[in-house]
Design a binder for this molecule. Structure first.
Ligand SMILES: [Zn+2]
Length: 347
């Protein structure tokens, strides 16, 4: 039976349950839950902090509403940190953890009624703006992961991305993304890891690819930030590639600063994209437990590596050892016949 036989979202955490869970964790642990803003449809943008050492590590998950296992993995991670223990304490000696477990609650909302969740946010169809990256008269929902250029020096954006600074609107069309950018700035984030999903790919051995990664490619990202980002990608790969359930490739991402991975890199942060198998419309809840385990393992390994300092010993050049991009399972389908569900499969 194909894994797509049943698309059922009921086993995932609803928005309501997510907020309640975070409130409960806040009540009974030293984890702090405080919403950092409101979506277009009036939902809180959830943010959690676990106070600790001087290095500020920011995880953001589910910028795209239809990429849900990453939010489940983030919740698992927060439960672990709320429970505490010796290993958690030793990680917290070194770092403070910041987590936005569901960046785009409006995009997820339809799934709470078992309807297809949406990649974009909940901006109403009659709200429009002119923007430098996609031109004039952009109306309705927007992709939160294309709005990370707000606050970067417009002269830099003009020089590296060739955009017209006069077209930068006053308001970010993704209040979710703006809230996250403001919080990252406020806390002085040193590293930002951005967790997503993609459709199913395979490598040359016909193994399923479960994880993809990429670092900033924008020319304005300082070398130091790119090196740290490549250490993060390489460390994740090295720590998990032999576990038997995590097969990696390198994500083929773009260069522009409006994408989170590049935007945070331009701001001088270690900034890494992670893409896991398990797009909602592809898998629904099939393979859920296995995929959440893969993601949660990567999230935990990174914090262990930052806490122990081992991550900083990695040669940034090792990121080139991560295998090249695999093939889509529907590769036999000519590109000209790809539908929006295929094309939409971008970070
Ligand atoms: Zn995504």
């Amino acid at each position: 039976m194909p894994e797509t036989a049943n698309i059922n979202y009921n086993s995932f955490t609803s928005n309501e349950k997510l907020y309640k869970t975070l409130e409960a964790l806040d009540d009974r642990s030293n984890l702090v839950y405080e919403p950092i803003g409101e979506t277009w449809e009036g939902r809180p943008v959830p943010y959690v902090r676990v106070d600790g050492g001087d290095t500020d590590v920011f995880y953001t998950a589910q910028q795209h509403g239809d990429e849900n296992h990453v939010a489940e993995a983030a919740l698992q991670l927060l439960r672990r940190f709320a429970a505490g223990g010796r290993r958690v304490d030793s990680i917290l000696d070194e770092l403070t953890l910041h987590v936005v477990p569901r960046h785009n609650p409006d995009g997820w909302a339809p799934a709470d009624d078992n309807e297809t969740p949406q990649r974009r946010n909940g901006r109403p169809d009659d709200v429009c703006h002119d923007g430098p990256y996609f031109g004039p008269n952009q109306c309705g929902p927007v992709d939160p992961n294309r709005q990370h250029y707000f606050g970067i020096d417009p002269d830099i954006l003009e020089a590296v991305d060739g955009i017209d600074p006069d077209l930068i609107p006053d308001e970010n069309p993704s209040p979710e993304t703006q809230a996250m950018l403001d919080k990252a700035e406020e806390v002085g984030a040193d590293m930002v890891m951005d967790f997503h999903h993609q459709f199913t790919l395979r490598n040359d051995d016909c193994e399923l690819i479960n994880a993809s990664t990429l670092w900033p490619l924008n020319e304005a990202a300082p070398e130091e930030a790119v090196d740290l980002s490549r250490q993060i990608s390489a460390y994740s790969y090295q720590q998990t590639k032999d576990l038997g359930h995590t097969t990696w490739d390198t994500y083929p991402g773009g260069t522009t600063a409006n994408i989170a991975r590049n935007g945070h890199g331009v701001r001088g942060r270690g900034s890494v994209l992670f893409e896991f198998r398990g797009q909602a419309s592809d898998l629904g809840n099939a393979s859920k437990g296995r995929l959440v385990t893969v993601i949660n393992t990567v999230m935990n390994e990174l914090l262990e590596g930052i806490g122990s300092g081992e991550l900083y010993d990695v040669d940034p050049a090792d990121a080139d050892d991560i295998p090249p991009r695999g093939d889509y399972f529907w590769k036999e389908l000519p590109r000209s016949e790809w539908g929006p569900e295929h094309e939409a499969y971008r970070e």
